[in-house]
Design a protein around this ligand. Structure first.
Ligand code: PLP
Length: 426
């Protein structure tokens, strides 16, 4: 694979929406990616092509239905390549949350009152509430892995101690949507299997930032959402084939698939293929092969693309952390130790002594700099960090198309707000 230097301008040129501007002409800076990224032109084209040439339901004896089937098959192969999953092990759904409710309800048939589900305090609520309601409805015990508040990492020793012979499911995120912490997912899965439990990994905030290999992780289930990795609004569920067959349950009788029941968003499937192909393109253009890999074809390209993205985003994280340090009263939550950056993604969240997250987001938004404030549905971690009453966090999501100049623009706007709040800046 070629190793041209990462060319962020070449990447940005593929995203027409990055040219959006405020009414006064100032361009927007999209630092809101963790809530949903922008999409490359290829995704927009895939939607148009689907509606122009393949807009039919499945199973018809005519050409547009045959094209639709091709779109569906292509999307499944692409999703399998993204996750390095075996054939027929990735299912499409509305979004991660809905799929996780479907998964948790389907797993219930193997559970008895008193059985235990382990979740984590670091997770987005989409990997917490489904298990909370399941526990309530079926008399299960919910156990929660605590976070260390000093750096917002999971306490893996506490997790190991929480396990018991009654532990049946461990449902944990791969990385945090609030503070960027990357959890040791492989070790979490190993410890779950040691206790005889099934694992459900939430990869929503990992998929855009680093390669995911479900076979290397050995996880039983994994969920993610294409709209977080440059694709359309949809959800993906990976499951080991025997488990998908054993637990697939809630479908209408004639449906041929145990998990994809009802008419899905075929256009979303077309867009998902295009988003995954975009990542593979990054791999072909700017790919970093890293450690030797037995992967070939698109799987190898996707891996190389995501490795290139990781390295690029690492530079942006360092730049943002360095520049935030220039502003008094800013406190970054999560991992900031420069030697530990392997254990965080480029989601960087902080508070300011001189403004609430909402005040800062509003000021930045008026300047065309788009960031999120609040808890981002990461209700538990924000509460554990003691930030609920203070309006949560200001979250900057650095994605593969963001630039150091956008970080500088963010800092300039924040400094302006700090000065207006009476802060002395050297
Ligand atoms: C880490 C994480 N998990 C789950 C979700 C929920 O995903 P979806 O919107 O596809 O239901 C999100 C959405 O922000 C998320 O960030």
């Amino acid at each position: 694979m070629t190793t041209k230097p990462y060319d962020v301008n070449a990447i940005r040129a593929r995203f027409p929406s990055l040219a959006n501007a405020l009414p006064d002409g100032r361009q927007l800076s999209f630092l809101d990616g963790p809530a949903g990224t922008q999409v490359p032109q290829a995704v927009i084209d895939a939607y148009r092509d689907f509606f122009l040439h393949a807009n039919a339901n499945s199973g018809g004896a005519f050409i547009t239905s045959q094209r639709q089937q091709q779109v569906e098959d292509d999307a499944h192969r692409a999703a399998e390549d993204l996750l390095n999953a075996p054939k027929e092990t990735v299912k499409f759904g509305a979004n991660m949350s809905t799929l996780n409710f479907q998964l948790s309800r389907s797993l219930a048939k193997s559970l008895k009152p008193g059985d235990e589900v382990i979740v984590s305090q670091l997770d987005h609520d989409a990997n917490y509430s489904p298990w909370l309601w399941l526990a309530e409805d079926f008399g299960l015990t919910l156990k929660v892995i605590p976070i260390r508040t000093s750096d917002a990492t999971l306490d893996i020793e506490a997790y190991a101690a929480l396990r018991s012979p009654r532990t049946k499911i461990v449902a944990v995120g791969m990385s945090s949507n609030a503070v960027g912490t990357i959890n040791p997912s492989k070790e979490i899965v190993r410890l779950a299997h040691e206790a005889g439990a099934l694992t459900v990994l939430d990869a929503v905030c990992s998929a855009p930032h680093y390669p995911i290999d479900v076979q290397a992780l050995d996880t039983d289930f994994l969920l993610c959402s294409p709209y977080k990795f440059y694709g359309p609004h949809a959800g993906l569920l990976y499951g080991k084939l025997p488990l998908l067959e054993r637990f697939g349950r809630y479908k209408v009788r004639p449906a041929h698939d145990l998990w994809e029941t009802g008419t899905p968003s075929f256009e979303g499937m077309a867009g998902t293929t295009a988003a995954i192909n975009h990542i593979a393109w990054i791999g072909r253009e700017f790919g970093h092969t890293g450690a030797p890999t037995p992967l070939t074809g698109r799987r190898a390209e996707i891996r190389a693309g995501l490795q290139a993205i990781t390295l690029y985003e690492r530079e942006l994280i360092v730049h943002l952390l360095d520049r935030l340090a220039e502003i008094p009263g800013v406190k970054v939550y999560g991992i900031t130790d420069r030697d530990q950056l392997d254990h965080r993604t480029s989601i960087v969240s902080f508070t300011m002594e001189w403004a609430t997250p909402t005040e800062a987001a509003t000021h930045l938004g008026a300047d065309g700099i788009q960031v999120w404030d609040g808890d981002f549905y990461a209700v538990n971690p924000v509460a554990a960090l003691g930030l609920t009453e203070r309006g949560g966090l200001l979250r900057v999501g650095l994605m593969s198309y963001n630039t150091a100049e956008e970080v500088d623009r963010l800092i300039a706007s924040l400094k302006e707000l700090a000065k207006a709040s009476g802060v002395q800046i050297g």
